[in-house]
Design a binder for this molecule. Structure first.
Ligand SMILES: [Zn+2]
Length: 213
């Protein structure tokens, strides 16, 4: 049975998920390595983490990537469409946080249709541009779980599209794609994990996004 724990630093941080499968991974890195590491240690030795997957390059999801890589020895994967964003203040929106853009080494690139085999879960990479040009979601069709990054949030909310690389047209198409999935549990990039009627929540997000076209 796979366990998922939210191990991020604070309320304003992007959510960091520790996924405890045969191969333990992190989904996103957040901004606060120290707090996140302390939270991880409640469950496992950070050195057991094999991979860090970023849903996108924004500072609140990637700011601690370098420090978490150092502390865990894990490899880091990012969408091939966002490799050029690393270290750039505008595309990572680090300027919004008054920070320099995070610099870190990328060990592998993600593209649509790739399967990341964690053991029990096989996470499929879905390219879902809109919030950023290379945003991805991760889906397991057997477990019906979705890591939705900043593409959709619970309660019919959606990722903002008014930053560099954002596009409401693309976001609508991406959410249309997500609305075709069967999702029992959503792990969003902000807000809380939800298992309550998730397909309907995604439908609400789609209606909301279309209303913004
Ligand atoms: Zn973002």
């Amino acid at each position: 049975m796979v366990e998922v724990h939210k191990v991020s630093g604070a309320a304003f941080d992007g959510n960091v998920y520790l996924v405890l499968d045969e191969h333990p991974i992190l989904v996103d890195a957040g901004m606060m390595a120290h707090t996140t590491l302390n939270n991880i240690k409640k469950y496992i030795d950070p050195l057991e983490i094999e991979l860090i997957i970023l849903t996108h390059c924004h500072h609140d999801h990637a700011g601690a990537a370098h420090d978490l890589k150092q502390a865990t020895g894990a490899k880091l994967f990012l969408s091939e469409k966002e490799i050029g964003c690393v270290g750039d203040q505008l595309t990572t929106v680090s300027y919004l946080f008054g920070m320099d853009a995070p610099e870190y080494e990328v060990d592998g690139t993600l593209k649509d249709g790739m399967i990341l085999d964690l053991g029990e879960w096989k996470l499929e990479v879905l390219e879902t541009p809109g919030h950023s040009s290379g945003s991805i979601c991760l889906y397991d069709s057997a477990a019906k779980i979705l890591f939705s990054g900043d593409t959709v949030f619970p309660q019919g909310s959606i990722g903002r599209t008014d930053m560099y690389g954002g596009s409401i047209d693309s976001l609508v198409k991406s959410i249309e794609r997500l609305s075709q999935l069967d999702v029992k549990t959503m792990y969003p990039g902000h807000m809380e994990i939800t298992s309550r009627d998730v397909n309907r929540q995604i439908q609400m997000s789609l209606r909301f996004a279309r209303g913004n076209l």
